[in-house]
Design a protein around this ligand. Structure first.
Ligand SMILES: Cc1cc2nc3c(=O)[nH]c(=O)nc-3n(C[C@H](O)[C@H](O)[C@H](O)COP(=O)(O)OP(=O)(O)OC[C@H]3O[C@@H](n4cnc5c(N)ncnc54)[C@H](O)[C@@H]3O)c2cc1C
Ligand code: SF4
Ligand code: SF4
Length: 417
């Protein structure tokens, strides 16, 4: 079976998740995250990388390897549900501060936890992202040292961002960190902790979301074009927030503004834009944040057994995956930073059933890629047998055949910068 052998081959075979940790490990003079002509952030190799450094990066890169949780891990993962991963506790949750709740993507759970960790002095900085100041379609890695900065970085950025580009420099300064990022970014941090003792001691918490995938910047540009606006005219592009889910809200430098409801933005079959997810997202073994201390997806309102997106006050589901995560949620709730209500694991099936196809089909997809002779992800400890059994014959066949076809046609391939 073919494995990725270099950073270049991670990118060329569509496996890059755009986490940015390779830039942080190699140094920006050697590797720099750059926007490609096709609208994704990818590492550009600028100088010769030392062989040992590249080998170390490939141990950490979530486009090369992802290692799932075990209940015996020192991180203290809880009992592992075969589909939904480790769970120590699970609640509906939202920020205690109504302003955070209103501004955030959903209930503001991640922002509230970030603020609480800084206020309680448990960490020195929060590593996350925010809309770029230069171009509102782009997303910058953001390091927050105050609650106000954490709040500034709240909301979802459905586009490329490289949250981990500063990690090495922050660890070198000996700062205690919490990372709020996508599940693949958290996988990179957990991989790093295996090879870097600083990450083991200094990264105190990993907080994440459920992730449908990252589209290119083309999606935001096409949405702007739908309103007759060129990307250069934009002064603001907010995907959601200021309400729940809130509208996709655009503002131009000359004072015009435009809105799309969540359903129009995501589920309108007549839409002139598509969500062209990067290939890595299509084969993602863990878009539900199994490796985080806390995962906080939307806590959608359910009607007739399906999630609806009617505007309301934001709610998350706070899934504590580690014991440390569960204790953090308890402390934040006791301090009034977080409000909690009852929820249970079986309720995840109807609420987040859109994640099942990709999750259960992952082993078959990886096999399909391998049979097409394509380098593929090294996926460890993600319960392949349980996934295969639950996917059923047709589910496995569709996943296998789809990946095989894509691999044979080279549809996974990327041109690089
Ligand atoms: C690409 C993407 C796909 C998503 N797919 C799903 C899904 O399938 N199902 C679901 O339930 N929820 C999904 N969400 C998550 C959802 O939109 C909320 O972000 C999440 O529920 C957290 O809500 P919150 O109110 O606690 O977040 P907030 O309090 O608003 O905090 C969000 C935090 O996430 C960070 N962040 C935002 N975007 C990114 C990014 N691109 N990369 C790294 N960090 C980021 C922000 O900096 C902020 O710290 C997705 C989010 C993103 C960014
Ligand atoms: S997944 Fe992350 S570490 Fe791997 S190549 Fe992409 S940006 Fe670099
Ligand atoms: S779907 Fe997976 S690979 Fe893609 S951005 Fe989300 S967590 Fe990362």
């Amino acid at each position: 079976m073919s494995r990725v052998s270099s950073l270049k081959s991670v990118v060329e075979h569509g496996l890059c998740a755009n986490c940015g940790i390779c830039e942080s490990m190699a140094g920006r003079d050697k590797v720099e995250m750059r926007l490609t002509s096709y609208g994704h952030l990818r590492p550009q190799i600028k100088g010769a990388i030392d062989q040992d450094v590249e080998a170390r990066i490939l141990e950490v890169c979530p486009g090369a390897v992802v290692t799932g949780p075990t209940a015996a891990d020192p991180e203290g993962f809880g009992a592992i549900d075969p589909v939904w991963g480790p769970v120590v506790s699970i609640h509906r949750s939202w920020a205690g501060d109504p302003a955070i709740r209103h501004r955030a993507a959903a209930g503001g759970t991640l922002t509230a936890l970030g603020c609480y960790l800084l206020q309680s002095g448990e960490v020195d900085a929060i590593v996350h992202v925010k809309a770029a100041t230069t171009d509102p379609i782009l997303t910058d890695a953001h390091v927050s040292y105050t609650p106000a900065e954490v709040i500034e970085g709240s909301q979802s950025r459905y586009g490329p961002g490289a949250p981990l580009v500063h990690i090495d420099a922050l660890l070198a300064r000996g700062l205690r960190l919490a990372v709020i990022a996508k599940p693949c970014d958290i996988a990179a941090i957990r991989n790093l902790a295996r090879v870097d003792a600083r990450a083991r001691t200094l990264v105190k918490y990993c907080l994440t979301l459920f992730c449908g995938g990252v589209p290119s910047t083309g999606t935001a540009k096409d949405i702007a074009a739908h309103f007759g606006v060129a990307a250069e005219e934009l002064s603001l592009f907010r995907w959601r927030g200021y309400g729940w889910p809130g509208t996709t809200h655009l503002e131009t430098r000359d004072g015009r503004s435009f809105d799309l409801t969540y359903d129009d933005a995501w589920y309108n079959p007549q839409a002139s834009w598509t969500y062209d997810m990067q290939f890595r997202c299509k084969i993602c073994p863990d878009a539900i944040g199994e490796l985080a201390d806390v995962a906080a997806p939307d806590g959608w309102i359910m009607e007739n057994g399906v999630p609806i997106h009617r505007e309301g006050q934001g709610v998350n589901i706070a899934i504590a995956r580690t014991r440390a995560g569960a204790r953090l949620i308890e402390r934040a709730a006791a301090a009034g930073a977080l409000a909690l209500d009852r929820f249970s694991v079986p309720e995840l099936y109807p609420m987040h059933g859109d994640h099942l196809d990709r999750k259960l089909g992952q082993p078959a997809r990886n096999l399909g890629l391998a049979c097409a002779g394509q380098p593929h992800l090294r996926v460890r400890r993600y319960r392949p047998l349980a996934m295969i059994l639950r996917a059923g014959f047709m589910g496995n066949w569709r996943a296998f055949w789809g990946a095989l076809r894509r691999g044979l046609k080279g549809a996974n391939r990327e041109a690089g910068i």
